[in-house]
Each structure stands twice: as C-alpha cells, then as structure tokens.
Write a protein that binds this ligand. Structure first.
Ligand SMILES: [Zn+2]
Length: 400
C-alpha cells in the first residue's frame, strides 16, 4: 500500500473505511466498519496476510474498538481479498459471518479441503490454448492463495438477494449481481441512498469478469444484465471494494457498460485478424478440405508427435523434415480461420501478463468471458475438439 494513504478514514454517517494491504496490483481492498445496535459490523474483512492482520490490530487500537465489540461480519463475495480474513476475524470476535449461499459454496469449491477446482481451471485454460508451462504457474498460484483464505468461517448465516439486513444503524437491502463473482451481493440503504458495492461497481478500474469451468457459462452477459438492473438504483454515495468511495454511481455504471461494448467491438476486429493470420499460415486448398473435421485434428496431433521425434533425431533429418512439414500443414489446416482464447488474450493484454500468474489467470478468465459472450450472440462459432483429439477449444468468426 502507498504510504500516502491512511490506513483508515471516517466517512459520512460514521462509516469507517479501512484500506487493507494487498500483495498485488490492486494495492488495497476496502473493509468497512459500521456501528449499530449489534455493535460494529465489518463488511469484507480482507485477505489473510500478516500485513492485514497487523493492520486490523492497529485500526482496532486507534478506534478504541475491542474484538468483542464486533457483532457481525458481512461479505459481498467469496474472492480471497474480501473473504480471506472472515474465519480469522470470527475466531477473534465470535461474530457470525453473513454471506450468500452461492458465495459459501464457491469458497469451498475453490479453497476447500480436497478441492479439484484448481486442476480443472488449469485444464480448461490449456484447452483454451494456454501453454503447459504457463498453466503450471496458474496452478501453483492458486495453491498459494489457500493460506490467504483459511480458516473458513465456522458459523455462517445465509443471505439472499432481496433480503433486508439491519446493521450499522440502517436497513440494507441485499442486491444480487453476477459476472464478477457468483452470488455477489451489494447492500443498499434506500433512505440515505448509499450502496456498499463490493466489486460489482468500482471507480477507476473495471471489475474482472470471471469465466470458470462449471460456473456461469456467460458471465459477461450476466454482468451486463446485472448492471442494467443496478443502473435503476438511485445512489448518492457508493462504497466500493477497491479505490475510494465515490458519488457518480450512475455515470460509473454507464461507463462500465460502455467499456465492455467497446471491448467487444475491438475483439470482433481482432478475431477477424487472428482468423486471417491462422488461415495465411495454412495451405488454403488443404485447409478447405480438412478444416474443423475431427479426423484432421487427430491426424494433426499424431503427425506433431512424429515431427518432434523426427526433429530430435538428427540422422533422420530428411524424414524428420518431411513429417514436420506435414505436421505444420495439418495443424495449420486444423486451425485455419480460427483462433484460441490464449492468442486473443496475448493480443489483448500484451506479453506482460504472461510473467505474472495472478494477472494471467484474470486475463484468461476475462478473455474467455468475452469470447463466450460473442459466441452466444452469434458473432463467433465455438469449435471444441472431442477429448480424444485433445479437447482444444477454438473460435471462428461467422461469415459476414
Ligand atoms: Zn476484490
């Protein structure tokens, strides 16, 4: 966290904003402390790191709040930077943790004992073209996050979209929103026209749209329809999960919708370019004959193996070269006019994301979310090879 930022700031209506440090580019996550009949309520306690725990100690001391004064912990979503300290804070305060059923489910699906999610996400990214070496980094990174969310809270209360919750001296309505995290809830105080936004609406930065295997098949579509609903809510002061509280909620919601419309338009152009590039590298005649057929794909994979064997044995140089050539032609034919998410991700976010598994994971999830939206709206055709042929996923621009 930048030294120029104070650890906490008292905002309107006595709401205290805590800036808890994060070991990645977002810089900090906001926790909010609100005082009411229940004592203090904490909204989104932060990521479990030594720095955050130390920050909590300092804030409690400076504000003169005892651990037992905390009566409730309310979560907007299950992402580690919001959920991570919930169990730790519960063990110190005895407070119950309020969250949506889906959030509780995903916290355990992603970070629970014996979880299989990490491997399935890495596998899905490989099917979308992410090279093995990079998917290994993503897997290792996910493993490393687990200690930042444990322990899970032992006692939880489930809240649903539409529920009214009394805390911090006000009544807050839980507002459901999808796309950033399944089961995300924002909290709206109609009287004071205030919104605790979580990560659904952020100033300065756009919330990551997270595609994941066996999750929402169209997170971007869900996000955009959530925003359309949230645009109708009248908010004077928004308290976001990151950056500073802000006033221009309605304008920000409109900007976020524009941002994704522009990105989809840009990606439609890039899709054409990537498709043309892949067609250029193939033998056009062969490409038309065998493109997209399962047989061609498995033949391509088989001749790739031959090629690498050939390349390795120098004394069979000519045989190797011949099968390499065949392999290149077959593989190119198999991918002519289409591309994979990873190629789009690299084009869109640049090579800088490749060196950081955390950013790479979000960039891939965001790219796939947009490509899936484009496939569902008929701008692209998704082509998935059978598992026996490698299970690779491609996208092809539709004609005209
Ligand atoms: Zn966040």
């Amino acid at each position: 966290m930048r030294d120029s930022q104070p650890l906490w700031t008292r905002r309107m209506s006595g709401i205290v904003q805590l800036r808890l440090p994060l070991p990645f580019a977002l810089k900090w996550v906001n926790a909010y402390l609100l005082r009411g009949e229940e004592g203090w309520t904490v909204v989104d306690p932060g990521l479990r790191t030594e720095e955050s725990e130390a920050a909590w100690e300092i804030v409690m001391d400076e504000l003169g709040i005892g651990w037992s004064d905390i009566g409730r912990i309310v979560l907007t979503h299950y992402h580690p930077d919001h959920y991570g300290l919930a169990g730790w804070l519960q063990s110190r305060t005895g407070a119950e943790v309020y969250l949506s059923e889906t959030a509780a489910l995903y916290a355990h699906r992603l970070w629970g004992e014996g979880e299989t999610f990490s491997a399935s996400l890495a596998g899905a990214f490989r099917a979308h073209g992410l090279p093995e070496t990079l998917s290994g980094g993503v897997l290792a990174h996910l493993e490393s996050v687990k200690r930042q969310v444990l322990p899970h809270p032992a006692r939880t209360r489930i809240i649903r979209a539409g529920d009214k919750l009394s805390f911090g001296g006000a009544e807050w309505e839980a507002v459901g929103g999808e796309g950033h995290a399944p089961g995300h809830l924002a909290f709206y105080d109609r009287d004071r026209r205030m919104m605790l936004c979580g990560d659904q609406v952020l100033p300065d930065i756009t919330p990551n749209i997270g595609w994941m295997p066996d999750g929402d098949p169209d997170p971007l579509g869900s996000y955009l329809s959530s925003l359309a609903r949230m645009a109708a809510i009248e908010v004077d002061t928004a308290f976001p999960g990151h950056r500073e509280p802000f006033a221009e909620y309605g304008r920000r919601v409109a900007e976020l919708r524009d941002h994704h419309a522009r990105r989809l338009a840009r990606m439609a152009e890039l899709a054409e370019e990537l498709a043309i590039r892949s067609a250029d590298t193939s033998d056009a005649g062969d490409a038309r004959a065998v493109a997209a057929t399962v047989d061609a794909a498995s033949a391509g994979a088989a001749s790739m193996d031959q090629a690498s064997v050939g390349a390795a044995s120098m004394d069979q140089a000519s045989a190797g070269a011949a099968s390499m050539e065949a392999s290149v032609r077959m593989n190119a034919a198999g991918s002519a006019g289409r591309f994979q998410s990873f190629a789009m991700c690299e084009t869109l976010f640049g090579e800088r994301v490749l060196g950081n598994p955390h950013n790479l994971r979000f960039a891939m999830a965001e790219t796939i979310a947009h490509l899936e939206r484009m496939a569902l709206s008929g701008m692209l055709i998704r082509e998935t090879e059978p598992a026996s042929a490698g299970g690779q996923v491609y996208y092809r621009p539709t004609e005209g």
